[in-house]
Design a protein around this ligand. Sequence first.
Ligand SMILES: NC(=O)c1ccc[n+]([C@@H]2O[C@H](COP(=O)([O-])OP(=O)(O)OC[C@H]3O[C@@H](n4cnc5c(N)ncnc54)[C@H](OP(=O)(O)O)[C@@H]3O)[C@@H](O)[C@H]2O)c1
Length: 395
Amino acid sequence: MSAITYIGPQVFKPQTGVIGITCIKSCKYSNETKHLNISALKRGTGGRSSFNGFVATVFGATGFTGRYVVNRLGKIGTQMILPYRGDTMDLIRLKVSGDLGQIYFHPYNLRDEASIKQAVKYSNVVINLVGRDWETKNFKFNDVHVDGARRLAKISKECGVERFIHVSSLNASDSPHGHVLSNGSEFLKSKFAGELAVMEEFPEATIFRPSDIYGQEDRFLRYFIHEWRRLIQFMPVWKKGEATIKQPCYVADFAAGIVAAMKDPDTKGKIYQSVGPKRYQLSELLDWFFRVLRRGDTYTRYPMEYDPFFTLKVYLTNRVSPSYPLANLHWERIERECVTDVVQKDLPTLEDLGVTLTHMEDQIPYELKPWTLGLYHGVDADEPMPRPHPPKVAV
Ligand SMILES: NC(=O)c1ccc[n+]([C@@H]2O[C@H](COP(=O)([O-])OP(=O)(O)OC[C@H]3O[C@@H](n4cnc5c(N)ncnc54)[C@H](OP(=O)(O)O)[C@@H]3O)[C@@H](O)[C@H]2O)c1
């Protein structure tokens, strides 16, 4: 029909282009991405070089779990926008997680709505991995976990984003029980308030509550085995670690859970607990880590609450480097290490997303290998050491 309209007057009038433009305008062609069904543009067989129909903005991609999530998304042909702060060189290695042209970096500020809007307006999925274990001069827990999360959820909703995946924390609560901090962990309080803020702005958001996550460059194994966490071979732990139960989760399982949730629309509005397959006493885990490191003979655990020197050490560490605590040693971290992991029976876990969970017994020897005592001094080559016995499983 438009062709007829175009050809008709052309016969009688010199070409000005006006009629052509009118025809194009009337054809309902628009460059507004909002109404574009991105998932209808799927191409290829679903691998790295295809497009799976998801354009995902991953906030917090520069962090520990971000690397794994981006890598998983890239492998299945997701196009990604990775907002970042600071230097582009810090995240340049993420570029190769996806095929050519699949990963874009975008500078942003968590307080700047315009930059957030730019980062989410072309996406149909937003993943929020932004978080901090300690407060800094510029950002308190509430700024990052509550106000920041609310802002991301609100702008995503306004921009027509279909899925919002938010990462909170296991044991998040409005009134956590205190151990070394009398009022309990501020981190856990702010994570709980953050969940409520996200649900207010984006009721169909999917929330993940991970326990301690371990893997390469983590802040669980590396924290406990760091020299600064102990005093030579003496390891101070709250109640010797015998009153705390942990259920750590492997980072690749966590990332697999996020990707599975993204692909499954039935996960909208649900909370998933990201925990490992078994529960252990913290004392059992620590003893086992040091056995794997071949330091089990000399290492000794003792109750931290009776050691004033450890208190002084933590205090001085935080005075000397408040913005980036040496060895991640700060009171918030110590408080969280004392909290027993509570898995709620009525909430789904990673297994409900079809993730096959990794057992710590299979993964930890590999993760701790670089720190093993005497690793490159012929012991392995000549007479391989037997694997130390694994930790007892708690109920
Ligand atoms: N790892 C765990 O064991 C664990 C356990 C429970 C819950 N979680 C939660 O899971 C999420 C991901 O954990 P993760 O281990 O990957 O965290 P991470 O390594 O600390 O990374 C956090 C990310 O958040 C960004 N970020 C922090 N503060 C920011 C701010 N003020 N403005 C903009 N960006 C900011 C960081 O950017 P920069 O790189 O620029 O600093 C980084 O990309 C977090 O929400 C964390 O709280 C983690």
